[in-house]
Design a protein around this ligand. Structure first.
Ligand SMILES: Cc1cc2nc3c(=O)[nH]c(=O)nc-3n(C[C@H](O)[C@H](O)[C@H](O)COP(=O)(O)OP(=O)(O)OC[C@H]3O[C@@H](n4cnc5c(N)ncnc54)[C@H](O)[C@@H]3O)c2cc1C
Length: 418
């Protein structure tokens, strides 16, 4: 770490890495300091076994036609599937849904859309739970799917934040891993790893950033850590962050979204689409969507979200594996028991010390805090990261674009000071 750079970038997730690349393009000097032993942050791919990639964090290139990672995937030779719809069955109260039930399940989406649109038109930032029909027998399914896209439950975020998201309905999965793509694209960015930032001091002529492995000074600092890290006090600011900045971070908390993968052994070759089912065994439980053999790979994967995801994470890895295994046997047959291997990956983002959650959701009434979170302090402390994106929040490309936005602000500040 060399002293006195134009910008010290805190965090090497998608936002910090795109900021570093943009700083280099603009001729700004920079240092990137990262707490963990790896780059990528919430973009991270591991292998269940050689040739069996699994994304622990982001996997889908959302709003693909507006997503810069699609061109990056093409450049780095990462294949992706150009659609996000495929056959899925639903297991409900001991049987697969019949046509009439499927229609009822689908028509609840239309009803939800209509009441949410009405709430948006009224300009009141109420929660989804305030406006939708909570009594519908199909509510648990929609509430579950909602918790996957927002990481929180339907009473925990507002309609105006949902409305601000720029959804083109194109969600394209990166087959060898979105995390692997981010790592390949950013492999040329110099990053100082294993260096958690403890303290950021505003000085008369710049900033001092104190890490566990040394201190670096700069004209400016760009903070890209998650809102839960910012609110946790893990980084002490001197002077303290103003009330408006602390409020913005607190009102954009990260919820929980976890991914559970079980390796499958001795499986007959399936089609490359894989199979998908949503399973709800008991009336009062949360459903779970399971994919078996996605892209022809030998694993099963399921996702959890919101309070239930958070609860299951706290029960530990084996509880998550047992929960998923039981539902695999129900949906795909008891014969699947002999295919379930010991190799598993279970994410625990809520407990991850460098994120403390999965992605941000604005509390009802707080959607405007995203712009506030991105606002600099005294033209020396700048902010980026998914939660600062007003239209692509919660995403990897939203984080990427926020890094570029913040470096443009840094460049203006640095140039106007010289
Ligand atoms: C399970 C899951 C599934 C997801 N699915 C998708 C998806 O399909 N598509 C999509 O687009 N997005 C998805 N996301 C969201 C996406 O991964 C994130 O929005 C994005 O990666 C966040 O990037 P970031 O740079 O803002 O933050 P981060 O990736 O969190 O980067 C911040 C970095 O700061 C570091 N840091 C923390 N504290 C300190 C400190 N004190 N000092 C120095 N460094 C520190 C962290 O280690 C981290 O590397 C998913 C996320 C999760 C968890």
């Amino acid at each position: 770490m060399s002293g006195d750079v134009d910008v010290v970038i805190v965090g090497a997730g998608s936002a910090g890495l795109s900021a570093a690349k943009e700083a280099a393009r603009k001729g700004l000097s920079y240092v990137v300091v990262e707490a963990s032993h790896r780059i990528g942050g919430r973009a991270y791919t591991e292998e269940l076994a050689p040739g069996q990639p699994f994304d622990l964090g982001c996997h889908w290139m959302h709003s693909a036609s507006l997503n810069p990672f699609v061109a990056i995937a093409d450049q780095y030779g990462f294949a992706y599937r150009k659609h996000s719809t495929w056959d899925s069955r639903t297991w409900h109260r001991g049987a697969w849904l019949n046509e009439e039930q499927r229609d009822a399940l689908n028509s609840l989406s239309d009803d939800d859309e209509a009441v949410i649109a009405k709430a948006i038109a009224s300009g009141q930032d109420t929660s989804i739970a305030d406006v939708v029909d909570l009594e519908s027998p199909w509510r648990p399914y929609h509430a579950y799917w909602f918790s996957l896209s927002t990481s929180v439950d339907i009473d925990q975020t507002g309609v105006l934040d949902i409305n601000a998201y720029n959804d083109t309905d194109e969600n394209w999965p990166v087959i060898k891993g979105y995390g692997a793509l981010v790592a390949a694209w950013a492999s040329d960015v110099p990053v100082t790893l294993n260096s958690p930032v403890d303290r950021i001091r505003l000085k008369s002529d710049g900033v001092e950033v104190v890490t566990k492995s040394g201190t670096v000074t700069g004209r400016t600092v760009l903070v890209t850590v998650s809102t839960n890290i910012l609110s946790s006090g893990a980084i002490a600011f001197e002077p303290g962050l103003p009330d408006w900045k602390q409020a913005a971070a607190l009102e954009l908390p990260l919820g929980t979204h976890n991914r559970i993968a079980i390796m499958l052994k001795d499986m007959p070759a399936g089609d490359t689409e894989g199979q998908r089912a949503t399973v709800m065994l008991e009336d009062d439980e949360i459903p779970m969507t399971i994919e078996v053999g996605p892209y022809g790979l030998s694993h099963a994967v399921a996702v959890t979200g919101g309070r239930f995801g958070s609860w299951l994470e706290r029960q530990g890895q084996q509880a998550s594996v047992d929960y998923l295994s039981e539902r695999i046997l129900t949906a795909f047959g008891n014969d699947m028991a002999r295919h379930l291997a010991d190799r598993v990956i279970v994410t625990a983002w809520q407990g991850d010390p460098w994120t403390l959650g999965s992605y941000s959701a604005a509390l009802p009434g707080s959607h405007q805090q995203r712009a506030v979170l991105g606002r600099p302090i005294e033209n020396r402390i700048f902010f980026a990261g998914e939660a600062t994106s007003t239209d692509f929040y919660s995403t990897c490309h939203g984080a990427y674009l926020s890094g570029i936005r913040a470096v443009n602000e840094v460049a203006e500040a640095v140039h106007s000071a010289t």
